[in-house]
Design a binder for this molecule. Structure first.
Ligand SMILES: [Zn+2]
Length: 58
């Protein structure tokens, strides 16, 4: 259903952890992982990860 490049990325779990756990910026993440743009990572963080958070706290 979701057409998110980050969600479909093979290293998605690592990217998620970098965003949330380590609090890394999308810019530093796209430097490390090919095939994904900064905007995709930002959207993933703001939409996909924010939704997960909302679901857990609701
Ligand atoms: Zn996503």
């Amino acid at each position: 259903m979701t057409r998110c490049k980050a969600c479909e990325h093979p290293d998605r779990a690592v990217i998620d952890r970098a965003l949330l756990g380590a609090g890394q910026s999308p810019r530093s993440i796209v430097r490390r992982y090919r095939g994904i743009s900064r905007l995709e990572v930002q959207r993933h963080r703001d939409e996909c990860l924010a939704q997960n958070e909302r679901k857990e706290t609701a």
